[in-house]
Design a protein around this ligand. Structure first.
Ligand code: SUG
Length: 421
């Protein structure tokens, strides 16, 4: 049974907009009120998926969740209210958010070689820190239970209780000799972020590790540096990323960097830890450019490639670090810039847009796997149905709501996914 890493990207939803809902996410705050381009955004995301398929990688797709979310609008008593004050407008915008596109926050995933029952375990993330994200998990679970319905290979858990914030794979890294052998699972939590919230609670991470039946000797619970959160690294994947034996991290990612590296090396002697020092790429440049919100991938040749946002390539300190690393024969052999600017403007880089699942593709519902023909089909649906642009002032408009609902329905029909309608 060949276990490979499958990247499930979230398709940018038809209601993609810039409502500035995420405190501590600098891009979301800086672009609040801007006009968004949902059609272009979704096509950019699909472009990244095509790019990664062309590299010879297995690619999956998750569909956008129902928006505007009738469940949230009803629960907040906002169903029949037209006149809104500022707070009500933000709550309404929450119900319209397309934030489920960032599937790195959909769940935490422990592949079969790591778990006591030999199945791949997924726990949906409760995302309770941000109201617009806390509505995602019940619909996310529905989608995960469909994609991973094969219960000989998978178990999908409900989110952990809302007393402990959990943001999923964005705060979880797995290191291993190769994807198909037991790995070291590294859970990164925050305690404080100055003016900004620490979204991942240690007890949520520990609960996920227990639910997944992980071997405690192959788990690490590591604190994120509060200075990183305070500087805008609202998830660990904004300042660090791992793949197989390589950890690629900013010097200021962890509260105790040396202790963290030593603990990793003790458990995984073959680990290669690539640290970018703050004197070469400042924490500010790392966060603005999203250098670490990259897909560190093992290519079919066995070499590692780093899929970065164009913004990183355009940042002089970052580009010169990357060029130096490749020239000095470091473990990242190829740098692969992609354009996901519409998602980036809400704080979502290439890594945010994907959930990594190590599994045998034959055990996944094929409707969630992509090939060129399906990509073309989805592009057609997006080109025909996704709104060209959304001004945040349009949020709440009935005609826009109708087109957003219709667009998602057209996608579900094209993908033959009536269960999600
Ligand atoms: O949760 N942005 C998302 C970005 C998530 C990025 N994911 C990872 N780092 N894995 C967030 O802050 C912006 C929504 C708005 O402002 O309208 C937003 O939700």
């Amino acid at each position: 049974m060949p276990l490979v890493e499958i990247n499930f990207d979230g398709l940018v939803g038809p209601s993609h907009n810039y409502a500035g809902l995420s405190l501590g996410n600098l891009a979301s705050a800086n672009n609040a009120g801007e006009v968004s381009y949902p059609r272009a955004a979704a096509l950019q995301g699909l472009g990244k998926m095509r790019h990664n398929i062309a590299l010879g990688l297995t690619q999956g797709l998750f569909t956008p969740l129902p928006r505007p979310n009738p469940v949230l609008l009803k629960a907040l008593g906002l169903e029949n209210i037209d006149e809104s004050d500022g707070v009500q407008r933000r709550l309404r915008a929450a119900a319209w958010s397309a934030s489920s596109m960032w599937t790195a926050n959909a769940a935490t995933v422990s592949p079969a070689p790591d778990t006591v029952d030999g199945r791949c375990h997924l726990t949906a993330a409760n995302l309770v820190t941000m109201p617009h994200r806390s509505q995602e998990w019940p619909d996310t679970v529905r989608q995960l239970r469909l994609a991973f319905a094969n219960n000989q290979s998978f178990e999908v858990h409900d989110a952990v209780p809302p007393c402990f914030g959990d943001e999923g794979a964005a705060n979880h890294m797995r290191m291993c000799a190769s994807h198909d052998v037991p790995g070291l699972e590294i859970f990164v939590y925050g305690t404080t972020g100055g003016a900004f919230p620490a979204r991942q609670h240690e007890q949520a991470s520990r609960a996920v590790a227990r639910l997944h039946g992980l071997n405690p000797e192959r788990c690490l619970f590591v604190e994120q540096a509060s200075e990183a959160i305070a500087a805008g690294a609202f998830h660990n994947d904004v300042v660090a990323v791992a793949n197989e034996r390589v950890l690629f991290t900013h010097e200021q990612a962890f509260a105790d960097p040396e202790g963290t590296y030593a603990a990793i090396r003790e458990r995984l002697p073959e680990a290669e830890i690539v640290v970018v020092s703050a004197s070469i790429v400042s924490l500010g440049d790392a966060i603005r450019s999203y250098l670490f919100n990259a897909q560190l991938l093992t290519l079919p040749s066995g070499e590692m490639g780093l899929v970065i946002p164009l913004e990183a390539w355009e940042t002089p300190s970052v580009r010169s670090w990357l060029e130096g690393h490749v020239a000095s024969n470091g473990p990242i052999r190829r740098v692969l810039p992609v354009d996901v600017r519409q998602s980036m403007a809400n704080g979502g880089g290439p890594a945010c847009l994907r959930l990594r699942v190590v599994a045998d593709p034959a055990t996944v519902d094929p409707r969630f796997l992509l090939n060129e023909a399906k990509l073309v089909l989805v592009e057609q649906v997006v080109s025909e149905h996704w709104p060209e642009q959304i001004d945040p002032a349009d949020i709440g408009s009935e005609s826009l709501a109708r087109s957003v609902i219709k667009a998602r329905a057209a996608l579900l029909e094209a993908l033959a996914l009536p269960e999600l309608a």
